[in-house]
Design a protein around this ligand. Structure first.
Ligand SMILES: C[S@@+](CC[C@H](N)C(=O)[O-])C[C@H]1O[C@@H](n2cnc3c(N)ncnc32)[C@H](O)[C@@H]1O
Length: 230
């Protein structure tokens, strides 16, 4: 989330779908976006309501038509899957907008919940769902942090291939933090920096520029914990 949210056009309207307690809605507000936070349970989200944040209580799984319209400059979905919604989610990304989607995939059963295959992506499923968008990043595999799990994640743009984010959004500075160090290394999801030769097969690792702080969970000014895309 933190790595790719800076790709969302500045000040844009962003949908946090199945927003839960609002950890990403808070981060997006911190980043200056207009946020629509949607969940069937909104008690924890209601305090975020304000001039830049709309909270909507919607059951997304009634089988009714997509209730949220389109043209979003950003859509964020994490740890939630209702497969029939995937086409509508992709279609709701406006021109130049960005979809950031991360959730569990098949194989997660051996680590814990969710185990129900309905809630687990198939290999490559997010890539397939994003046909028509430009994929900026895609990962799938086993992660060790914040706990062992099988995850899949994508950042895809409704537009041409463009710039990749340089560094990550820093809640402390309120802007994209530039990372120190010129040497490319591999930053693994458990927060460690390793040479490619030292990586475990199947683990999720991305080539990135090392940051000054470890890429693990961190705390926003609102006190919410944010798990970062490594
Ligand atoms: C595991 S939580 C993820 C929350 C948040 N995206 C995050 O990563 O912190 C899943 C969320 O999906 C919401 N949810 C589950 N079924 C839903 C439905 N039918 N309609 C709307 N929201 C639903 C739950 O209320 C819960 O907040």
């Amino acid at each position: 989330m933190r790595r790719f949210a800076p790709l969302i056009p500045a000040g844009g309207r962003v949908l946090d779908l199945a927003a839960g307690a609002g950890r990403h809605a808070r981060l997006l507000l911190d980043m200056g976006f207009m946020v629509e936070a949607v969940d069937r349970e909104v008690v924890a989200l209601l305090p975020l309501t304000g001039p830049r944040c709309t909270v909507r209580a919607i059951d997304l799984e009634t089988g009714d038509a997509w209730p949220l319209g389109g043209g979003y400059q950003g859509i964020v979905v994490t740890n939630y899957l209702y497969r029939p919604l995937l086409p509508a989610i992709v279609a709701a990304v406006g021109e130049g907008g960005v979809l950031i989607y991360e959730t569990f995939m098949l194989g997660n059963e051996r680590f814990g919940r969710p185990r129900n295959p309905e809630f687990l992506l198939h290999p490559g499923e997010l890539l397939d769902a994003c046909v028509g968008l430009t994929v900026a990043a895609f990962e799938q595999g086993e992660v060790t942090a914040p706990r062992p799990a099988m995850m899949q994640r994508i950042a895809a743009i409704n537009g041409a291939v463009g710039r990749l984010p340089y560094g990550r959004y820093s809640a402390a500075s309120g802007r994209g933090a530039r990372s120190g160090g010129a040497k490319l290394r591999s930053c693994c999801n458990d927060g460690t920096m390793r040479r490619a030769s030292a990586m475990r097969p199947g683990s999720i690792c991305a080539v990135t520029i090392p940051s000054r702080s470890p890429p693990s969970a961190s705390t926003s000014p609102h006190g919410s914990t944010i798990n970062e895309w490594p």
